[in-house]
Design a protein around this ligand. Structure first.
Ligand code: PLP
Length: 392
């Protein structure tokens, strides 16, 4: 029987890539949803002439289901190759390990995700003598000034995930390329739908797929995209030797998440902007941080780099730490939790009760509360925040 094939099609829009890239119907007996190749092993005949064997061999190196997720994410980022990992930290630690060497120096944004900071400033620095300079993420000159002769990597996270510091990717990309310094970015906040850093000369783009890419709070997963050469190396060494490859079942759930990413993100962005505007007008709120607001300090850069909004934002209430904690527990829809990017609304006190010095070290204000605006009805969510804020 001749099944419909899609292999020759090129998909230009993000929506079409999410829906269709990698769905080779002829390979999967016409199945609209490709199967889970729940295999450790693939048998592959040896070519008599060369002694080589082609195709998948072992799932720690590659797997056909994971391959589909990788092709989707690479196409969305506009990169030559993509790899999926067992977590966002798996992708991030592989990308960093690819660039660092013993006793090298790394420039790091101090607003970077905590475990990434710990990986660099504790694990790599204590074991391998890597030195790290932490800089403010919104000051390009400070980033350039931090570079030393032994700098091997500038690690970016833009926007960051607490107060959304934006780095000037174009300026940093061309600066680093000229000097042969590697660049890695955590692009999880924007997702490949809203920002594609490879366009600006950034070398490797990391994602936690546990957030918007997966979107349903049911997987921990990561992805990395870049040019073929570094990605081939990472597939063989930094991923395969640490064994941080993605499991096929996880990949299948990730593919399912990606199919609805454009729709979900549009709603998170619409509701996120509505909630941010509501909080900005609320008498019990002192400051709101959201790249989609005109009051956002780096609004120009946000306009330049981000094609849309999402549901993550933070604010500082006019409250003592005790009042702020009482307000958070008075929420009925916003549940207390660390993550974001799923269907559900969440709230967390990022620097509630922290001293101004502790908060300053992370380049965030004290008393900061972060919320993730989920896919619930937006009016219900605003009513929930309003009644909680009015308990203070
Ligand atoms: C959650 C998160 C990560 C880590 O992802 P995991 O999948 O939990 O390992 C990395 N970066 C950012 C910005 C995150 O929010």
């Amino acid at each position: 029987m001749a099944y419909v094939t899609r292999r020759d099609k090129t998909y230009k829009t993000k929506e079409d890539i999410c829906a269709h890239v990698g769905d080779e119907y002829s390979d999967y007996m016409g199945a609209v949803v490709p199967p889970i190749f729940q295999n450790s092993l693939f048998v592959c005949p040896v070519e008599p002439d060369t002694g080589e064997s082609r195709g998948h061999k072992y799932t720690r190196i590659s797997n056909p289901t994971t391959d589909i997720a990788e092709r989707k994410i690479a196409a969305l980022e506009g990169g030559e190759a993509g790899l999926c990992f067992s977590s966002g930290m798996g992708a991030i630690s592989a990308a960093i390990t690819y660039f660092v060497r013993k006793d090298c120096h790394v420039v790091l944004m101090c607003t970077t995700y905590g475990p990434t900071r710990i990986f660099l400033t504790q694990l790599l620095s204590e074991k391998f003598g890597v030195t790290v300079t932490c800089v403010k993420g919104d000051d390009t000159q400070e980033i350039f000034d931090a570079v030393k002769p032994e700098t091997a990597l500038i690690y970016l996270e833009s926007p960051s995930s607490a107060v959304f510091k934006i780095q000037d990717l174009e300026a940093i990309g061309s600066f680093a390329r000229k000097r042969g310094i590697g660049t890695v970015i955590d692009n999880s906040y924007a997702t490949p739908l809203h920002q594609n850093p490879l366009e600006y000369g950034i070398d490797l783009v990391c994602h936690t797929a546990s957030k918007y890419l997966g979107g349903h709070s049911d997987i921990v997963a990561g992805a990395l995209v870049g040019a073929k050469e570094p990605m081939d190396h990472i597939q063989e060494y930094e991923r395969a030797l640490y064994g941080s490859n993605m499991d096929p079942h996880q990949a299948w759930l990730l593919i399912r998440g990606i199919r609805t990413l454009p729709l979900r993100l549009r709603q998170h962005g619409e509701s996120g902007l509505a909630v941010a505007s509501f909080l900005e007008r609320h008498p019990k709120v002192k400051e709101v941080y959201y790249p989609g607001l005109d009051s956002f300090p780096q609004r120009e850069l946000a306009r330049k780099y981000l094609r849309g909004n999402n549901g993550l934002l933070s604010f500082v209430p006019d409250a003592t730490p005790e009042q702020a904690r009482r307000m958070m527990s008075a929420c009925r829809y916003f549940q207390h939790g660390v993550s974001w990017g799923g269907f559900e609304s969440l709230i967390i006190g990022i620097s509630v009760g922290k001293s101004p010095e502790e908060a300053a070290a992370l380049d965030i204000p004290t008393g900061l509360i972060r919320i993730h605006v989920g896919l619930e009805n937006v009016d219900t969510l605003m009513e929930d925040l309003d009644q909680a804020l009015n308990t203070m």
